[in-house]
Write a new protein. Structure first.
Length: 409
């Protein structure tokens, strides 16, 4: 009867309306309990044995997907049928030991109660795990959404380092050699007075969107935005070689000035009466980087005299000019074209600083594409369009799968 009902549920498509799955129950019952029916019918040879097997079939059938009440109702239903069969046998004059049958029924009912409680706990645990998984998925979606929103307020490299959780270098202070970049818009206060707040906000957002994109393109970290000013770090929180960080920084600055020319053309076409010109300063040196603030609020930044030098170079620069210190120039001298501007005492500095004006990046002769093929390997590179992070990622990939060449430091 139980299997017939289940087949009807499945054939009519009603199983989709229940929280259980009859398919899960049909196959195990027929495979494991159908032989018990045959044994009860052919070996015992009477209705009593068949009905006892029927109890267990119905019991396990319902226990597959219902809770305690369903199991007990099924057990009681088969018990009533069994006692009915016993009563019919007694009515037809067959000898029936009422005490034996009562004890048999009581024992079976006790077994049903025990397994009903046990399976009820299993079913409850299954539902709890199902609810827990669903809750975790919902929380994961919330956390993912929150992370996407937080990346707009906390720079991406900082979020990635915090997510790793390998050490507390972000939360603590450390001394490292970094390249620092400062920039601000010339005569921004005049532009502010001449534009409506909504127009100014749109212009600033478009400007910063492009500048920050270029910072990330060259692997830098946005330290802060100060009104119209931008501060970026190279070498923290992700450590890089000072020469590599300095090169990325000057490449970024040149790309920013080039992109600003394009933006000015776009703003002019939209009726903007002002041409945005930006002053930039770069310095490389030792600084203290880490989180500064309190337990309630902290800011990841860099402090030290080298930071002040970069800020003073930016203030000293003319509109559209990029000034770099000698410490930065010495690391990238063969990769840039710069003009020496002599030594000068910057505000707050106790010694003269050699200043250079960065004109452009030095032309590097390299093929447009490199193709190399050997047994088990085929490589095609276009160095001209790869930025620094992509090149380093490629080298790391080669070292990961091929290992470092022997005999090389």
């Amino acid at each position: 009867m139980a299997h017939t009902a289940c087949y009807l549920i499945v054939s009519t498509g009603l199983d989709g309306r229940f929280s259980f799955d009859p398919h899960f129950v049909i196959i195990p019952n027929w495979v494991f309990f159908a032989p018990m029916v045959a044994y009860g019918y052919y070996s015992l040879g009477d209705a009593r044995g068949l009905m006892q097997v029927g109890w267990f079939m119905g019991f396990f059938f319902c226990a597959g997907y219902v809770r305690f009440k369903g199991v007990m109702l099924t057990a009681c239903w088969y018990m009533i049928l069994y006692l009915g069969v016993v009563g019919i046998a007694h009515w037809h004059g067959r000898p029936v030991d009422v005490l034996e049958e009562s004890i048999r029924s009581a024992i079976f009912l006790a077994v049903c109660v025990f397994f009903a409680f046990l399976l009820d706990k299993v079913a409850a645990q299954k539902e709890y795990l199902k609810d827990s998984v669903q809750t975790l998925r919902e929380k994961d979606q919330v956390i993912s959404l929150l992370n996407r929103k937080l990346t707009k307020f906390v720079t991406t490299p900082l979020v990635e380092e915090l997510a790793k959780g390998e050490n507390d270098s972000i939360l603590n202070h450390q001394r490292c050699k970094i390249s620092v970049f400062f920039s601000d818009i010339q005569d921004f206060s005049i532009i502010t007075d001449a534009m409506e707040p909504e127009e100014l906000a749109q212009l600033l957002n478009e400007y910063f969107a492009e500048m920050i994109r270029i910072v990330f393109q060259f692997g830098g970290t946005v330290d802060k935005l100060m009104g119209d000013g931008l501060v970026a770090l190279f070498g923290a929180p992700v450590a890089v070689e000072p020469a590599s960080g300095a090169l990325r920084c000057v490449q970024m600055a040149v790309n920013m000035q080039q992109r600003l020319d394009v933006l000015n053309e776009q703003w002019k076409a939209r009726g903007c009466a002002h041409t945005i010109k930006v002053r930039m300063g770069i310095n490389t040196g030792l600084a203290i980087v880490g989180s500064f603030g309190s337990d309630a609020w902290a800011n990841y930044t860099a402090i030290g005299s080298q930071i002040n030098i970069a800020a003073r170079l930016q203030q000293m620069a003319e509109p559209g000019q990029i000034l770099i210190s000698h410490s930065t120039y010495s690391l990238v001298a063969d990769k840039i074209k710069a003009k020496q501007m002599g030594k000068t005492f910057l505000k707050g500095s106790h010694y003269p600083i050699q200043v250079y004006q960065l004109d452009e990046l030095a032309a590097q002769e390299s093929p447009t594409s490199i193709k190399w093929q050997a047994h088990g390997c085929s490589v095609c590179l276009q160095p001209a369009i790869l930025d620094i992070p992509e090149k380093e990622s490629f080298v790391q990939m080669l070292e990961k799968y091929l290992g470092k060449p022997t005999g090389m430091s």
